[in-house]
Design a protein around this ligand. Structure first.
Ligand code: KG4
Ligand code: ZN
Length: 386
């Protein structure tokens, strides 16, 4: 503890007298991508390395947590060394070490956290435990694909975080202060997309922006969304029209029923597969739009929140249809849509390094004794957990 206090005092002094931008290393091992990156307080990405595990999980039909953990153990030391080499830096040149503390897969999180704690302790650097979803939200303040000169979205902004594990609608008030407006009652949108891609037996696309979601998006491109629209349920539109929550599992099950029971989709017919993929994708985004509109009205009109932007991030935010439609929706409320570039929407070390940097600048440093939090509600960030 004494060691940590000395480190914190030193870093606070350093923050006020430094002559160069701060440099933070970020480490991410919450799901299946092993990643590290170094970013600076003047918004430069000095280095980033992402090692995916697609070859391990695709044959299993989805991510297997214990296999993912082994993959992280194997890859993380090399990923960190490579990141430092790419940046031309050593651990001593860093100002802090940030790492995903949660939420995430229980066997995967400790691989990154233990590495970060050890690096931080031996080099006497501050440690910052990052909430994975806060990192997705804050990446938009580092960079966007719309216009590199666009100012960062200032607080407060509304943020929709759509990933494999979450469908979260939040008002971001300041670093570490989020009001949760809505979440999913069952599957996350990315989870429903992945399961539907599996039902449709789509081959995962290879590479950084690959996986089942990208495969479903590609299949849908050639499809007619109207063909199966009347045969699929529109989630939470009747009785629950005004309930601020999402639900995707009924939709996913309805696709399964069309294929397996009603036999209306022939998986050997590429047009059938594209048409059902397009209908499914369209219903997903319409459902999100309907709930987002309620939230925007509530925050802007009823609560008179001076929102500056709609920020959309998380892996599903790399989907072009979602980005286009959400841009139009934000525009109808006179808000800009701000999304990180697609490769920073899916999991990456840059977002952890950047969120760590923002927390560091806000004085939010953790003890070397922190442990992982696989389930970690984002609105509880307001209260410190050790
Ligand atoms: O944020 P992320 O990389 O990991 C989690 O934190 O979960 O999000 C992964 C999710 C997966 O469900 C993946 O299939 C989905 O994002 N995804 C996509 C696309 N690219 C990734 N969903 C739809 N369209 C895409 N292009
Ligand atoms: Zn994520």
């Amino acid at each position: 503890m004494r060691l940590l206090r000395t480190v914190c005092k030193t870093s606070v002094r350093f923050l006020s007298t430094r002559a160069r931008p701060l440099r933070v290393l970020g480490i991410e091992t919450s799901c299946d991508d092993t990643s590290a990156a170094i970013v600076t307080s003047d918004r430069q990405i000095l280095a980033e390395v992402v090692r995916g595990q697609q070859e391990m999980h695709e044959p299993m039909g989805g991510i297997v947590p214990t296999l993912a953990s082994k993959g992280h153990s194997r890859n993380l030391p090399g990923v960190i060394c490579e990141t430092l080499e790419l940046a031309g830096l050593t651990i001593g040149d860093l100002d802090a070490i940030a790492v995903t503390r949660g939420p995430g897969l229980p066997p995967c999180l400790p691989v990154g956290l233990n590495a970060a704690k050890t690096l931080a302790a031996v080099s006497k650097k501050p440690l910052i435990g990052v909430h994975h979803m806060e990192a997705h939200a804050l990446t938009a303040r580092l960079t966007t694909d719309n216009d590199l000169n666009q100012p960062s979205p200032a607080f407060p902004f509304m943020t929709l975080l759509i990933s494999g594990g979450h469908t979260l609608l939040l008002t971001a008030n300041k670093i570490g202060d989020y009001d949760q407006l809505g979440t999913t009652l069952d599957n996350a949108v990315g989870e429903a997309i992945d399961k539907t891609a599996r039902l449709l037996r789509l081959d995962w696309l290879k590479g950084r922006r690959g996986g089942p979601g990208a495969a479903l998006e590609r299949a849908a491109l050639k499809g007619d969304p109207e063909r199966f629209m009347s045969r699929l349920p529109k989630p939470m539109l009747e009785r629950n029209k005004y309930v601020m929550a999402f639900s995707f599992s009924g939709l996913k099950s309805a696709v399964a029923r069309l294929i397996e029971v009603e036999k209306l989709v022939d998986l050997d017919n590429p047009q059938d597969v594209s048409d059902i993929a397009a209908s499914f994708q369209l219903i997903c985004i319409q459902h999100i739009e309907q709930k987002l509109s309620i939230a925007l009205k509530q925050e802007l009109i009823e609560n008179k929140k001076p929102l500056t932007a709609l920020v959309v991030s998380g892996g599903v935010a790399s989907n072009t249809l979602f980005r286009t439609r959400l841009g139009a929706l934000a525009g109808s409320y006179n808000l800009p849509l701000i999304c990180p570039p697609p490769q920073l929407c899916t999991d990456n070390g840059v977002m952890i390094a950047w969120a760590g940097l923002e927390r560091f600048q806000a004085g939010l440093i953790d003890d070397y004794t922190i442990t992982t939090l696989p389930k970690w509600p984002i609105d509880s960030l307001k209260f410190r957990i050790d």
